[in-house]
Design a protein around this ligand. Structure first.
Ligand SMILES: Nc1ncnc2c1ncn2[C@@H]1O[C@H](COP(=O)(O)OP(=O)(O)OP(=O)(O)O)[C@@H](O)[C@H]1O
Ligand SMILES: [Mg+2]
Length: 251
C-alpha cells in the first residue's frame, strides 16, 4: 500500500469504447483480502473490466491500478510480472483432457523451479485438499461435472500462489448445490489464504456470500459502488429490477 495507491486494485475514471462506449468514467476499488463482485446485465462490460485488470485491454482514458501499481502504461513484459500475482480462473477451466486432475495441477507447478519433485507432489495434494478434490486426483477432467472442473481450475490457479484471483462467472451452468459449494470454496480461500478476489457474476446468492463490495455496471456507468449490504438499500430502478430477478440466469 502506498499513499498514492491505497487500494490493491482500483479503476480511476476508466473509459473504454469499442463500437459503442462500454466503460464511461468507471470508478471502483478492492482492498487486499477483500472480494469485489462486478454485476450487471449481459454485454455491460464485466469481462472487459477483468481484461483491463489483466492488462489484456488498455483504457482509452483513466488509470488502472493493480497490486498497488499503476499498470495503465505497463508493457507486456511488465504485465507478466503482475500476472504472477493476479491470476484469472477461466470459466472453461482450460484443463488438459489427456492429463488427470493431479497431473493438470502438477503441470502448473512444472514452471516453478523452487520446488523439488517430492515437494511438488505434496503441493498438488495440498491444493487438491484445499478445493476438496483430493479423491479425484487420478480422475480425468472429462469424468468431472462442470462444477468440479471449475474447482480444479481454481486449484490450478492457486498453484501460482497468487495474491489475487479473478473469477468470470464461476457458477454459471452449474446446479444450485454446486454453486453453493463453489461459493463456500471461494469464501474459504479468502479466509485461509487472505486471497483478494474479483468475481463477475449474475448469481446474487454468490454475491451475497462472498462479496464485501459490489460494483453495478449499467450503460457504461458504475451506478452503484459500495458495500454489498448497501446494494439492497439502493433505490435505483435498474438495481431494484436486477435484484428482483433473483436467481434468474440472464447471461
Ligand atoms: N476486444 C473487443 N473488441 C470489440 N468489442 C469488444 C471486445 N471485447 C468486448 N467487446 C464488446 O464489449 C461489450 C461488453 O463485453 P463484455 O464481454 O465485457 O460483457 P459482459 O458484461 O461480460 O457480458 P456477459 O454477461 O454476457 O458475459 C460487448 O458488446 C462486447 O461485444
Ligand atoms: Mg462476460
Amino acid at each position: 500500500m502506498t499513499e498514492q495507491f491505497p487500494h490493491y486494485i482500483e479503476f480511476r475514471h476508466v473509459y473504454k469504447t469499442f463500437d459503442r462506449p462500454i466503460l464511461v468514467d468507471v470508478n471502483f476499488y478492492v482492498d487486499a483480502g477483500e472480494t469485489l463482485a462486478i454485476i450487471g446485465r449481459s454485454g455491460v462490460g464485466k469481462s472487459v473490466s477483468l481484461a483491463h485488470i489483466m492488462g489484456f485491454l488498455k483504457p482509452d482514458q483513466g488509470n488502472v491500478i493493480v497490486s498497488y501499481n499503476d499498470v495503465t502504461d505497463y508493457s507486456e513484459q511488465e504485465m507478466r510480472k503482475i500476472r504472477k500475482k493476479v491470476t484469472m480462473v477461466f470459466q472453461s477451466g482450460a484443463l488438459f483432457d489427456s492429463l488427470t486432475v493431479g497431473e493438470n495441477i502438477l503441470f502448473s507447478l512444472e514452471l516453478r523451479d523452487d520446488y523439488n519433485e517430492t515437494n511438488k507432489e505434496q503441493i498438488v495434494d495440498g491444493l487438491l485438499n484445499m478445493v476438496d478434490l483430493l479423491e479425484y486426483k487420478d480422475v480425468y477432467p472429462s469424468d468431472l461435472s462442470t462444477g468440479y472442473k471449475r474447482a480444479v481450475a481454481i486449484a490450478r490457479a492457486l498453484a501460482a500462489q497468487p495474491e489475487c484471483v479473478l473469477y468470470d462467472e464461476p457458477t454459471t451452468m452449474v446446479d444450485p448445490i454446486m454453486s453453493d459449494h463453489l461459493g463456500n470454496l471461494m469464501l474459504r480461500l479468502k479466509k485461509q489464504l487472505s486471497l483478494t478476489a474479483v468475481v463477475v457474476t449474475h448469481d446474487l446468492d454468490l454475491m451475497r456470500k462472498v462479496a464485501d463490495r459490489v460494483v453495478f455496471l449499467f450503460e457504461g456507468k458504475a451506478i452503484f459502488f459500495g458495500k454489498t449490504e448497501d446494494l439492497e438499500k439502493c433505490d435505483h430502478p435498474h438495481i431494484k429490477e436486477f435484484l428482483a430477478m433473483d436467481r434468474v440466469e440472464i447471461g
